[in-house]
Ligand binder design. Structure first.
Ligand code: GDP
Ligand code: MG
Length: 203
């Protein structure tokens, strides 16, 4: 069975947890615990293949501008970078995050890194601060998937995007053969306990 590892990245309040919970459970809950890192597990079937999906949903860190840890970037096979269309700061932060992912994968990753850029809270378009065009061109510059979504209102679009991203990850993993992706000296369990905190969730 294939293991697929995704990490959600983005500013505090951008809607990372909302988007993920929407994808995993089809529901929008509204408020999510935001004081701990979470690792979600889900069996997932795509094109008739069984996958073991793990998704890292980080809690927000203070000093948000360098909001990503190196480990999730090394660990993950693919990324969902989330900003809020009604918050320009979160868009600028997403831009930084994309640059950081590129930078840290420069030497190891041949081909495109599977990334999906999400402009969330599309339902708040009356207070929009980032145009859809800006989002799309940032995605094009970084060769990533892009869509504006609303975790509050959409399920299908979010689900389709995750599915596309997972397909892209599967193609990349096939290109790289069976070699273990995370080649750091720490074991995975240790990595999760040390870096991601001890909470694990199954849905
Ligand atoms: P995170 O810090 O990135 O994980 O953000 P959360 O998922 O905790 O969401 C932050 C806040 O935004 C919560 O109050 C959510 O209910 C709200 N939120 C998330 N997605 C949407 C959305 O699509 N539309 C609206 N209106 N609010 C949302
Ligand atoms: Mg969260």
């Amino acid at each position: 069975m294939n293991d697929i590892k995704l990490a959600l990245l983005g500013s505090e309040g951008a809607g990372k947890s909302a988007v993920l919970v929407r994808f995993l459970t089809k529901r929008f809950i509204g408020e999510y615990a935001s004081n701990a890192n979470s690792l979600y597990h889900k069996r997932f079937s795509i094109d008739g293949r069984q996958l073991n999906l793990e998704v890292f949903d980080p809690c927000s860190q203070s000093g948000e501008s360098r909001c990503i840890l190196e480990e999730p970037v090394d660990w993950a096979d693919g990324f969902v970078v989330v900003y809020t269309i009604s918050d320009r700061t979160s868009f600028l932060n997403a831009k930084n995050i994309l640059a950081q992912i590129k930078e840290s994968r420069r030497e190891t990753c041949k081909g495109d890194i599977p990334i999906c850029l999400l402009g969330n809270k599309q339902d708040l378009c009356h207070s929009r601060q980032v145009s859809e065009e800006e989002g799309r061109s940032l995605a094009q510059e970084n060769k990533c998937l892009f869509q504006e979504v609303s975790a509050a209102e959409d399920y299908l679009e979010i689900s389709n995007l995750f599915t596309k991203l997972i397909r892209h990850v599967m193609e990349q993993l096939k290109l790289r053969g069976d070699r273990r992706r995370y080649s750091g000296s720490k074991s995975m369990a240790k990595l999760i306990n040390n870096v991601f905190g001890k909470r694990r969730k199954s849905v």
